[in-house]
Ligand binder design. Sequence first.
Ligand SMILES: CCCCC/C=C\C/C=C\C/C=C\C/C=C\CCCC(=O)SCCNC(=O)CCNC(=O)[C@H](O)C(C)(C)COP(=O)(O)OP(=O)(O)OC[C@H]1O[C@@H](n2cnc3c(N)ncnc32)[C@H](O)[C@@H]1OP(=O)(O)O
Ligand SMILES: Cc1cc2nc3c(=O)[nH]c(=O)nc-3n(C[C@H](O)[C@H](O)[C@H](O)COP(=O)(O)OP(=O)(O)OC[C@H]3O[C@@H](n4cnc5c(N)ncnc54)[C@H](O)[C@@H]3O)c2cc1C
Length: 536
Amino acid sequence: EQQEKWVPRAVNMEIIGTYAQTELGHGTFLRGLETTATYDPNTEEFVLNSPTLTAYKWWPGGLAHTANHCVVVAQLHSKGVNHGVHPFIVQIRDEDTHMPLPGVKVGEIGPKLSFSTANNGFLGFDNFRVPRDSMLMKNAQVLKDGTYVKSRLSKLTYGTMVFIRVMIVTDMAYYLSVGATIAIRYSAVRHQSKPKENEPEPQILDYVTQQHKLFIALASSHAFRVTGQWLWTTFVRVNKALTSGNADTLPELHAVACCLKAVTTRDAASMVEACRMSCGGHGYMTSSYLPILYGITTAACTYEGENTVLLLQTARSLVKAWQKGSKGKPLSPTEAYLMDKSPVPKWENTLDGIIAGFRRVSAGKVQDCVSKIDKLVKMGTSYEDAWNQTSVRLVAASEAHSRAVILATFRAEVSRAAAALSPPLARVLHQLVHLYTVYWALERVGDLLLYTSIAERDVQELQQQYEDLLQKIRPNTVGLVDAFDLRDEILNSTLGAYDGRVYERLMEEALKSPLNAEPVNQSFHKYLKPFMQGKL
Ligand SMILES: CCCCC/C=C\C/C=C\C/C=C\C/C=C\CCCC(=O)SCCNC(=O)CCNC(=O)[C@H](O)C(C)(C)COP(=O)(O)OP(=O)(O)OC[C@H]1O[C@@H](n2cnc3c(N)ncnc32)[C@H](O)[C@@H]1OP(=O)(O)O
Ligand SMILES: Cc1cc2nc3c(=O)[nH]c(=O)nc-3n(C[C@H](O)[C@H](O)[C@H](O)COP(=O)(O)OP(=O)(O)OC[C@H]3O[C@@H](n4cnc5c(N)ncnc54)[C@H](O)[C@@H]3O)c2cc1C
């Protein structure tokens, strides 16, 4: 009945909420959170308290001035026992006056790199009392007398984060489609330099280096949209199993959600930055929207689990899978390839050959990590220290695993969908799959040389395949970004508008600046003139 109480009011916006988990002192290590919720059986209430400054919640989006309720993650104490972190739904502001309730300290954390529209806030409690049913009791419960009833799976408390990580993969597909649309449309409009004296300045989109910077962002948008769809379907399936009490597939979902969130956010941020840099000075204008878009995408590398931490979570799963597989136990579908003990096959410069190659790289890296950890432990190093000393390689193994998942999913899903597409459309999508796959083979050629039978002439041929693909995709590039069908109001960009009037739009935006209101700005009279007259 908690859902009946809270969900309808949230859906009709009587309740505006946020997720208040991170504190000034802890974001990653959740078991170290300091906010406490102590059960008082005499009044059947929880007393929320921030015992230290570092216990203050810090970062939750919308917390500063928008939210009137929040989900607070706190250490649950009952009958003198700390049962660990649990979620509580808490009203923090009066629903009519919006004033903070007595015992609640809330405010804005200050300017950030970007995301300036999300008023991230801080929140402290001074022995703030909430009724017992504030504890979200789907998984664990506290009875009226204070008896704690354990959840069947403690990690279900972390479930919200899996959900958002799954959503973020699709979010990155969207942000890349925005960046690619702006940069590719601008590159079609912008003419610059004279490689051929007797010809007009060419579109910068005709420079192959420009194509190298931009087409991967376009292809990645499709790769992440397709992978995000696959991940969402997986999430729905796991959640359904969880509802019927079966948690067997949750570890695999957690592991794959972690590495996909980390790799897609890191790629999106770096590719949006590449889009910005490929537009020259105008890409540095706020009115191009590319700097803001970079700020939004790079934030995703930190929020919902910092990328390194998440890649290490997946590495933990890969190492456990290796150990399980080595004892002949079955592995989850996404990790089953780790047990492929067949001899390394002759390298093939095909999509299947490259995908198989990335699986070899991942399995090889995981095996190297396991051997290094085992060797260190045999020499007397603690497992935790051995893990830390191997962690650079563990992150690389996780990334290789994630890339293998994206490559395989992108290829499989496009091949499956192609049958229903018109031949020209199928051909263009296959070109994007091909470009994405060959791009990453070239980016990770060192790993392929270490763990597969790829030879120098194969690499030369891949480079040529890649350059041929840039040429094949070029005629469809503007059509491909127009196909994202992003309205000008959404693109919010002087460089990416559909009509291509970039110079007029840049000037229109400039003239809106308040600094252009008068020909001589007051700063001249207040500072420049006195300075020039030696009076400052
Ligand atoms: C309906 C409308 C929805 C609208 C949504 C639409 C779009 C949303 C999309 C994007 C959002 C866009 C904008 C929003 C902007 C900002 C939002 C950001 C909000 C936040 O930024 S919100 C805070 C996020 N803050 C974190 O993200 C903390 C990260 N820190 C941790 O997450 C833990 O601290 C960890 C895991 C590092 C260590 O935790 P630990 O020390 O307790 O655990 P440990 O490592 O020892 O592992 C013990 C066993 O638990 C398993 N395990 C762990 N985690 C699990 C999980 N999640 N699920 C299942 N199993 C899990 C392990 O796999 C292992 O399993 P095993 O033992 O078998 O190996
Ligand atoms: C734009 C934005 C919005 C956010 N919105 C919310 C929100 O709505 N609600 C909310 O609760 N939180 C929110 N956060 C907070 C976010 O979840 C945390 O910043 C994130 O979990 C990282 O925690 P931290 O900042 O405390 O960094 P820390 O956990 O202190 O980590 C700092 C660095 O230490 C290293 N590190 C830490 N642990 C390990 C480890 N185990 N192994 C290796 N290296 C490690 C990593 O390099 C990491 O980057 C938001 C953050 C941002 C930037």
